[in-house]
Design a protein around this ligand. Structure first.
Ligand SMILES: Nc1ncnc2c1ncn2[C@@H]1O[C@H](COP(=O)(O)OP(=O)(O)O)[C@@H](O)[C@H]1O
Ligand SMILES: [Mg+2]
Length: 238
């Protein structure tokens, strides 16, 4: 099977700091991958390189067999790769629905569904808990995370990158998010998830990649990662 996403030897430097130091991974369609590692390990940087925010200093990223490193974020989004943000920044003076509508209009188009119908369906899918005409700047952090997810899904992605989507959620909201990710994956969507909550990662992911100082120190099924001495010392060693 052709990998959906292939990251090959990616290096990304910020001045003298090497945030990513030769990271490679290969994801198959329909998989859920977790990306973990201590603060500053390079997780968000890797998502940003994949999404086209940063161009790698060396190495490459391929999506559906096509080289995407070097393309602009909006070009990559149109190809079917969406992401949520560690800090979400919606258009504050637009309603929740309008925010999702922008993504539904901008992303890949379905044959039958109008952008408005798509936007409404995505808010419903994520269980958006307040009226769709609520202004974005009056939403709580948890509501913003759902809005950001609805926005990402509205562009009809085949691959979704989630950056700490579970931060600040209640146990109930967390369970909802977990069910939602599984439901969407069962429709064929692939996920790469950055997350601090080990329980969520262990329960949800088929594969886990561990970054430490920009290097991949482990990759494997949750059970393989759990007892890995390098992983344990990366978390406890500092
Ligand atoms: N835009 C940037 N400019 C300079 N340094 C950055 C930038 N983004 C991230 N870094 C640095 O790169 C390293 C990795 O950061 P990041 O990818 O945000 O880590 P993580 O998401 O794993 O906590 C950190 O040392 C961070 O300070
Ligand atoms: Mg981060």
């Amino acid at each position: 099977m052709q990998p959906l996403l292939e990251v090959n030897g990616v290096v990304k430097r910020f001045g003298g700091l090497t945030a990513l130091d030769g990271v490679s991974l290969k994801m198959l369609p329909g998989e859920i991958w977790g990306l973990i590692g201590p603060n500053g390990a390079g997780k968000s940087t890797l998502l940003n390189v994949i999404a086209g925010v940063f161009r790698p200093d060396s190495g490459s990223v391929h999506f559906k067999g096509q080289r995407i490193s070097g393309l602009k974020p909006e070009q990559i989004c149109r190809l079917g790769l969406a992401r949520t943000f560690q800090i979400c920044r919606p258009f504050p003076k637009m309603t929740a629905l309008e925010n999702v509508l922008v993504a539904a209009t901008f992303g890949a188009h379905g044959d039958r569904e109008s952008p408005m119908a798509r936007a409404e369906a995505m808010l419903e899918l994520v269980g958006f808990p307040v009226p769709a005409n609520t202004l974005a700047d009056s939403l709580t952090a948890a509501q913003l995370r759902r809005l950001d997810l609805a926005r990402a899904l509205a562009s009809r992605p085949q691959l979704v990158l989630l950056d700490e989507a579970a931060a600040g959620l209640t146990p109930g909201e967390l369970a909802d998010l977990q069910q939602l990710i599984l439901k969407i994956r069962n429709q064929g969507v692939t996920f790469l998830i950055v997350e601090h909550l080990m329980r969520l990662i262990m329960q949800l992911c088929d594969k886990i990649v561990v970054l430490h100082y920009g290097r991949k120190i482990a990759e494997g099924a949750p059970t393989e990662i759990q007892g890995n001495p390098a992983v344990v010392s990366a978390y406890l060693g500092e």
